[in-house]
Design a protein around this ligand. Structure first.
Ligand SMILES: [Mg+2]
Length: 285
């Protein structure tokens, strides 16, 4: 099993375990992408090492993005939350699946300018910033986000467009969005509704764990995939991005327990306890 895993940095108390192998895995990395929940914070508690890592990367001029699949909220909401928790970050450091979708369309479908968008006002703003023409009249493509302002009328219009064969993009695949208590139905449930009516699924789903988000990160950061390091707590979303070429670091501060690694098809390049241990490795590598 240990041979199957690429590198486990070991217990944080054990300095010997911060090995040369850990340094080598991170060598050549030019930018870091951090998952938020379970990696940077848990509910309203900042996790160990977050402040030190963010300050170190900023001070070293190493680009850093905070990645979220949630395309319903404005980037400012995440900035505010991170600021309140004590992290000095600004909106330009937040990368949502909505922004990723805009980058992906511009990179791979530059002729698609007229978009019928199904999303919140925050997602509409994101697309307008990127220069898209949002319209229900003769759109060239359909873009579905996590639309908490969804109405039956919008669903019907989306189904009509999908049935008519328009190119169909979804910002991310999550079926439910976890809350403090329970869940709220996410975009995956809307995708399922549309599929039940039309028999079609989206042509592209951008967010984690899908490869289009890696393409969007490469465009946003101007770097090849193997110079970007994804840091996250979930094997099947964050670490799965390793299959699209990113270097990956698993933190054990969130959802994943060490025993989960035995069964997972997704293995991180490096496994650390938390951001504190990652900070120590980056600082001394
Ligand atoms: Mg997470």
């Amino acid at each position: 099993m240990d041979g199957y895993r690429k590198c486990y940095a070991g217990s944080i108390e054990d300095n010997e375990a911060v090995t040369q192998a850990s340094y080598e895995i991170l060598s050549g990395i030019k930018a870091f992408v951090l998952d938020m929940d379970g990696t940077v914070f848990l509910s309203d508690r900042l996790l160990p090492g977050a402040v030190e890592l963010v300050e170190y990367l900023k001070g070293s001029q190493i680009p850093l993005l905070f990645l979220t699949n949630n395309s319903s909220e404005h980037r400012g909401n995440y900035t505010e939350k991170l600021n309140q928790l004590g992290l000095a970050v600004d909106e330009s450091m937040i990368f949502t699946s909505g922004e990723a979708t805009a980058h992906f369309l511009q990179e791979h479908f530059p002729h698609m300018q007229r978009i019928d968008l199904f999303g919140t006002p925050a997602l509409e703003e994101e697309f307008k910033i990127h220069g898209f023409n949002l319209t229900t009249e003769y759109p060239q493509a359909l873009v579905l986000g996590f639309d908490t302002t969804l109405t039956y009328e919008k669903l019907w219009r989306l189904c009509d467009g999908v049935r008519a064969g328009l190119p169909y993009f979804a910002t991310h695949p999550d079926i439910n969005c976890p809350l403090e208590q329970g869940v709220m139905p996410d975009i995956g449930a809307i995708i399922a509704f549309v599929a039940a009516s039309t028999g079609r699924n989206p042509d592209y789903i951008i967010g984690k764990p899908n490869s289009p988000v890696v393409s969007a990160l490469m465009k946003r950061l101007g770097l090849p995939a193997d110079q970007i390091c994804m840091v996250g707590d979930r094997l099947y979303t964050d670490i799965a991005l390793g299959q699209a070429g990113l270097r990956t670091v698993l933190v054990l501060s969130g959802e994943t327990k060490p025993s989960d690694l035995d069964e997972s098809p997704f293995q991180a390049d490096l496994v650390v306890e938390n951001l504190e241990q990652l900070y120590t490795i980056i600082k001394y590598s």
